[in-house]
Design a protein around this ligand. Structure first.
Ligand code: AMP
Ligand code: MG
Length: 507
């Protein structure tokens, strides 16, 4: 049966010299491990034909869909602060683009589909565990309302890949608003090819910020939009405890989607210094550093765009710096807006953002001091909004802190909402219940707990048992539901498990 879908290739067609035509390597024995039906529907693809064997052949790279002119994309990047002028798709292929049901152009790419001209020393392959990891974290982020690339399919190749041990190989099909990265701009900027930087910027604007097309200050506008999207994205990460783990400039998208779920992890006990990646020995990409790293990456984008920003270099630098310097405040605004929702606050407290930011900061300080689980603390705060402080206090005592640790802060929080509720028709209990309900829609009960993710991946990779993966995925797709089915996934790992948890890049 011929499963297929039609692809466009604007990236390869409109941008000459930005990619290399390249075909995926065929897999010896493709076997579907995961197919994302809701996403296929969203893309307007024929889910019924693609979920079968014909789909597996495409998603393994064995059959190329109609109209596809697959390419490997060029990019550079700062990795842990050091610049690599040539990275590129070393194990990925952009098959092409589809226009989804909402009219948006989305990239369809394979990851783990064999060597390319950008592979350097690598084998071009990927293993089952890390590719299923991209599924779990991407779907979780999506369900949490956080912009992200998503997995359309994962196919086992039937071929072993050699890492520290021999692992089963897999190919991931990844859907992205685009794969244009800060590092894509750096690739041409580093070669002094201003004309290509300009072409890329024009293409990017047409694709991601079409309202800026033809505007006199569109390149500065692009930088501002990327800053805006990243400020919002990182604020969302911080508000769910997500640590990306490898925020190199080649892993930061222009679209504002989270990309590359390699060494990422979620914090359990709130700690800005949390680092899980085995290679991040300096803590460059620690949880609390993410906003400042985003700003650093943005400065690298600004440098790449500099010749386009103004005729005179000094003027260009002034304009770029204005955007970069505004980033921290922009980020804090997004953070606070998310925190207000998490705290059950509907309105800004007069003009006084400072007081609300302090209230939120002090809450985080109480969590940090008590070493309580970040996700559950927010969730139990919703119970407190409904009038029951006991579950929150119990969380503190079970973490070894004093049950009364949150009391003083809770009092301030209640004073703050009393001011907000003044003059509204809702009485105390009804207002509290409504507040708790709102909080439960923005404070997840289920996040991809590191130990649960590892357990699901080990079963899939070591025993070909996808049961734990499927059950976890189902829970992650309903993160706000406090149900019996979700209960096993809401529990934190034992503290010693989290303390010893390490994640790995490039797997
Ligand atoms: P990542 O850490 O996945 O963001 O990858 C960083 C760079 O290394 C990118 O250029 C990748 O294409 C490349 N890379 C990672 N793993 C492999 C591999 N197994 N074979 C070839 N290239 C790879
Ligand atoms: Mg990458």
């Amino acid at each position: 049966m011929a499963a297929s879908f039609t692809l466009d290739n604007s990236y390869g067609r409109d941008l000459q010299g930005f990619s290399v035509p390249w075909h995926p390597e065929a897999a010896p024995a493709p076997k579907s491990l995961f197919f994302n039906e809701p996403l296929a529907e969203e893309l307007g693809l024929d889910a019924a034909s693609l979920s079968g064997e014909g789909g597996a052949a495409i998603f393994a790279g064995n059959a190329v869909p109609e109209g596809a002119e697959p390419v490997a994309q060029a990019y550079a990047g700062h990795q842990f602060g050091g610049f690599s002028p040539q990275l590129g798709d070393g194990r990925a292929i952009l098959l092409g683009e589809v226009i989804d049901r909402a009219g948006r152009r989305r990239d369809i790419a394979l990851k783990g589909s064999g060597r390319t001209p950008f592979s350097r020393g690598g084998d071009g392959k990927a293993a089952v565990g890390p590719m299923l990891r991209e599924v779990l974290i991407g779907e979780a982020m999506h369900a949490l309302g956080i912009p992200t690339t998503r997995a359309l399919a994962v196919v086992a190749t039937g071929e072993p890949v050699l890492r520290e041990t021999v692992l089963p190989g897999a190919v991931l099909t990844r859907v992205a608003a685009s794969h244009i990265r800060v590092g894509t701009f750096q690739f041409f900027a580093a070669r002094g090819d201003v004309e290509r930087v300009r072409q890329l910027a024009e293409y990017t604007i047409a694709r991601h910020d079409p309202d800026l097309v033809g505007a006199p200050k569109r390149f500065l506008g692009l930088l501002e939009r990327v800053a805006e999207r990243q400020a919002e994205l990182i604020a969302q990460w911080m508000n769910v405890g997500f640590i990306h783990g490898v925020m190199n400039t080649d892993n930061m998208t222009i679209s504002g989607e989270t990309i590359d779920y390699g060494p990422c992890a979620f914090v359990e006990a709130y700690d800005p210094a949390a680092v899980f990646s085995s290679i991040d020995s300096q803590g460059r990409y620690a949880f609390g550093n993410q906003p400042s790293i985003a700003r650093w990456n943005l400065a690298r984008l600004a440098e790449s765009l500099l010749p386009l920003l103004a005729d005179d270099e000094e003027q260009a630098t002034v304009e770029a710096l204005r955007v970069i310097d505004a980033f921290p405040a922009l980020y804090r605004r997004h953070l606070l807006s998310g925190q207000r929702a998490k705290l059950g606050l509907q309105r800004a407290d007069g003009a006084d953002d400072g007081a609300d930011a302090m209230l939120a900061d002090d809450w985080l300080a109480v969590l940090h001091a008590g070493r309580v689980d970040f996700t559950l603390a927010w969730r139990r705060l919703a119970d407190a909004a409904a009038g029951d402080d006991a579950p929150l206090r119990a969380l503190f005592s079970s973490a070894g802190a004093d049950a009364s640790a949150p009391d003083a802060w809770l009092e301030r929080w209640r004073e703050r909402w009393a001011r907000e509720d003044e003059g509204t028709s809702l009485g105390g209990t009804a207002a509290g219940a409504a507040r708790a309900e709102r909080m439960r829609r923005v404070n997840p009960w289920v996040i991809p707990r590191n130990h649960r993710v590892e357990e699901a991946l080990a079963a899939a990779s070591d025993d070909e048992d996808l049961g734990p993966f499927d059950r976890l995925l189902d829970a992650l797709r309903h993160p706000y539901d406090e149900t019996a089915d979700n209960a096993p996934y809401a529990e934190p790992a034992a503290a010693d498990v989290t303390a010893g948890y390490r994640t790995y890049c490039g797997t």
